[in-house]
Design a binder for this molecule. Structure first.
Ligand code: ADP
Ligand code: MG
Length: 335
């Protein structure tokens, strides 16, 4: 406990840059942030934004051009500086899973544990298979599994050791929608139970909002915003972030003015759920142009003075196409 109090950061990334020689504007540029012990950090960005490069650099698989990664205050060495690339106290689950494809599921997981205590080895392996709902696959070879099943085995294998930092590269990419929610919840629960610090890289903003207690947004190799997910969502520093995280409505100031919103900046931005709807005929009248069914809610396309916005309606069918509604844009951001 004493050590934790001295430095609660397990990882410090300082001015990290890595460019691939063959391609301009590849890799990552001047990235800095810290990770607190026990946090679940979600790194979100589009495909090609540099997420895997960042993860591999943290683990010591890439020789970085500039800057450094500190693990518990000690610099992580790159592949040119040690015989076996990677870091002993971290585990990485990469997009190719790196499983032994000819071995059985059980052995893939158990083989990373030491043989000194066979009983404990069995118990830990069993428990981890239960955690990730793969007990029934125990005797199957990896080649006999679906992509999603392989992904769960790879995560089990990484988690079974008492690692202090787990790096997951797109851990849900092979998993279908139903299992995805379960796997997200499993990772969150296991992290809470074991205290392991987790860094998850994903192109899906939902992973960042649901899973992380810290969110990092990467665009074109740069870190554009970081913070608690709900804070980043509510206080995006860039229009891009609001669009990525919440499919925000973006209006030019001139159009916003036609809706009664005045702004000295170029753009007015708000999330559809910030629009409050009421039935009625007052001056804030909009016409419902279309209704999109979204499961437990509907998205309404609303028009007023030639400007189109989107709003959320939870009571299905309350407002229908061609209805007139009163819409109040309760909150908006200016950029
Ligand atoms: P992400 O994981 O977010 O999809 P990557 O970190 O894999 O992004 O890649 C970031 C950028 O660097 C991309 O433009 C990609 O094409 C480039 N890149 C990645 N790996 C290499 C490599 N080995 N050689 C050259 N360019 C690469
Ligand atoms: Mg990647």
């Amino acid at each position: 406990m004493y050590l934790y109090a001295v430095d609660e950061n397990i990882i410090s990334v300082n001015n990290l840059s890595k460019q691939y020689k063959t391609e301009q504007l590849s890799g990552i540029r001047n990235i800095s942030f810290t990770i607190r012990r026990g946090d679940i950090v979600a790194v979100i960005g589009e495909s090609g934004s540099g997420k895997s490069t960042l993860l591999k650099s943290i683990f010591g698989l890439l020789q970085v051009d500039e800057g450094e990664v500190l693990f518990n205050g000690k610099r992580v060495l790159g592949p040119n500086e040690q015989l076996i690339p990677g870091h002993k106290e971290m585990r990485i689950v990469s997009q190719d899973f790196s499983l032994n494809i000819y071995a059985k599921v059980y052995d893939n997981i158990a083989s990373v544990l030491s043989n000194t205590d066979v009983r404990s080895k069995q118990e830990k392996t069993e428990k981890m298979m239960q955690h990730l709902h793969i007990e029934h696959l125990r005797n199957k070879k990896i080649t006999e599994l679906s992509g999603g099943e392989q992904q769960r085995v790879a995560i089990a294998r990484a988690l079974v050791t008492d690692t202090s930092l787990l790096l997951l590269d797109e851990p849900f990419s092979q998993v279908d929608a139903l299992l995805k929610n379960q796997l997200r919840a499993d990772i969150k629960r296991i992290a809470a139970e074991t205290g392991v610090t987790v860094v998850i890289v994903s192109h899906d903003p939902a992973d960042g909002l649901f899973l992380g207690n810290q969110l990092l947004l990467i665009k074109d190799g740069s870190l554009i915003q970081e913070g608690e997910p709900s804070f980043v969502y509510n206080h995006p520093e860039h229009i891009y972030t609001a669009q990525l995280l919440g499919n925000a409505v973006v209006l030019r100031a001139a159009d916003a003015l036609k809706l009664g919103l005045s702004s000295a900046k170029e753009s007015v931005v708000f999330y559809p759920e910030w629009v409050e709807l009421k039935s009625g005929w007052n001056s804030k009248r909009y016409e419902v142009q279309d209704v999109y069914y979204k499961g437990f809610y509907e998205e309404l396309l609303l028009e007023r003075n030639g400007v189109i916005i989107r709003a959320i309606q939870l009571n299905r069918g309350e407002h229908k196409k061609n209805d007139h509604v009163q819409a109040n844009i309760g909150r908006f951001l200016e950029f």
